[in-house]
Design a protein around this ligand. Structure first.
Ligand SMILES: Nc1ncnc2c1ncn2[C@@H]1O[C@H](COP(=O)(O)OP(=O)(O)OP(=O)(O)O)[C@@H](O)[C@H]1O
Ligand SMILES: [Mg+2]
Length: 418
């Protein structure tokens, strides 16, 4: 019987916490427990701002998933988000096997990746991911896996994602306080990309945008690998706020109005402005009025979406990626269900747009099929990569980043085991 491991992903969002527990073998990732949506507390704009409340919310999300799965979770891959997250590309170079004359080994790959990490990052920041983009062996570029090749000079182009040490420490503290060890922190955009993007999209060039409640996180791929990430401190909750202000409604009611509108796509809105559209009935919300012109509501929503995508377009420009991503934009996160989101994104970005639903898992997936669950499913898929590649899980770290030396030693140790 194939060996199975339990892998857990916890997505700690600004509006919801979502835990997914899966039994992972080399051939499949089968979900055995989910928490669905548990209201987030103590998290603002992707960052923990109240440890006790966040611990309480994480704990109830975890308990729900554990109860469904019938297992006790001891460790998890946890998403990290927030506008403190930044990215930079870096280059590393080493001589291959300076003491022996043999092929490129995993040891050389480890050394060159470590060399690429020698970038100047302020002391209050920590590396979250070092993602190899391209290996170069004796000047030959475009190599994805150099292990086993001959050569004397090994170079790597990497994309480094880093974040504020304090933000990450506080996040880890919360998870540890519920009795769960953090296997690894995973940038929320990277996690979502694991669940949503296809290999072809990554190869051609694409950008994933996760519109959450409080943040919009992006990750761009070119030639199969991540090249740029950033997080904007604006999200779908701002749309709710605008509706609340516009209608002088309570936030809870504005949220209900927004969700009700999301089910109907206003295709008829764009072209014929003179066409009469039936008013939207808001009698149940006890506002000053019983009905509101639908067009007005759509305009409020479109204005905020327009702002989000314009800021996002500026980021693409900053990263010199405008016009370089032919596979277009994939929108995920709960905000991907906002009424008219595809239309506004297409208008502003002038790129192909699709809504990203999480894929790649089987089992109890009924509750996690929407775009809002891309990050929790992605965190599990990210962790499953270790199982599928036959590697051990990364060593349980006290810090957010993977300790390459320790995991390498563990891999060596594993090779001695029966
Ligand atoms: N059906 C829907 N229609 C419109 N908006 C929706 C729908 N479902 C969820 N949303 C919106 O999505 C947002 C929450 O998205 P999500 O669950 O991805 O956020 P989060 O991960 O908690 O936050 P963040 O990633 O910013 O930390 C909320 O603003 C909510 O109103
Ligand atoms: Mg999120």
């Amino acid at each position: 019987m194939p060996k199975e491991r339990i892998i857990t992903g916890i997505d700690i969002g600004s509006t919801k916490i979502s835990t997914t527990v899966a039994a992972v073998s080399e051939s499949k990732v089968s979900v055995i427990g989910v928490s669905g949506v548990v209201e987030s507390k103590g998290v603002k704009l992707g960052n923990v701002n109240d440890i006790d409340s966040a611990v309480e919310a994480i704990s109830s999300s975890l308990e729900r998933a554990e109860r469904m799965a019938g297992v006790s979770v001891s460790s998890a891959f946890v998403t990290v988000n927030g506008s403190h997250i930044l990215t930079q590309n870096s280059h590393g170079v080493v001589a291959v096997n300076p003491h022996q004359n043999s092929d490129i080994s995993s040891d050389d790959v480890g050394r060159v990746t470590e060399a690429a990490q020698a970038v100047s990052i302020p002391s209050n920041r920590e590396i979250i991911h070092v993602l190899p983009r391209d290996f170069i062996v004796d000047g030959q570029t475009g190599i994805k896996d150099p292990i086993g090749m001959s050569g004397v000079r090994l170079e790597v182009e990497t994309n480094i994602i880093h974040g504020s040490s304090t933000a990450m420490k506080n996040l880890m503290k919360c998870v540890q306080q519920v009795g769960v060890t953090v296997e690894e922190l995973v940038y929320v955009g990277l996690a979502s990309a694991h669940a949503v993007l296809t290999d072809t999209e990554k190869e051609l060039g694409t950008v994933l945008v996760d519109i959450g409640g409080g943040t919009t996180s992006m990750i761009a791929y070119l030639d199969g690998s991540p090249i740029y990430s950033c997080v904007l401190p604006i999200g779908a909750r701002h749309v709710t706020n605008d509706i609340a202000i516009g209608l002088r409604a309570r936030l809870e009611d504005a949220e209900k109005i927004k969700l009700k509108l999301s089910l109907e796509r206003p295709d008829y809105l764009s072209s014929d402005k003179s066409r009469r559209i039936e008013d939207f009935d808001v009698a149940e919300f006890g506002l000053d009025t019983d009905s509101v012109p639908r067009r007005l509501l759509y305009e409020i929503i479109d204005a905020r979406l327009n702002e989000i995508f314009s800021l996002f377009a500026l980021e693409l420009k900053k990263a010199n990626l405008t016009g370089k991503l032919p596979a277009g934009v994939v929108i995920t996160g709960g905000g991907a269900l906002t009424s008219g989101v595809e239309k506004v994104a297409k208008n502003v970005l002038k790129m192909p747009v699709r809504i990203g639903y999480p894929k790649g898992v089987t089992g109890l997936i009924d509750e996690i099929q929407g775009p809002a669950f891309a990050a929790t499913v992605g965190a599990v898929l990210y962790g499953s990569g270790y199982v599928k590649s036959g590697a051990l899980l990364p060593f349980r770290k006290s810090q957010g980043k993977m300790n390459f030396k320790v995991s390498k030693l563990l891999d060596k140790l594993k090779s001695f085991l029966p």
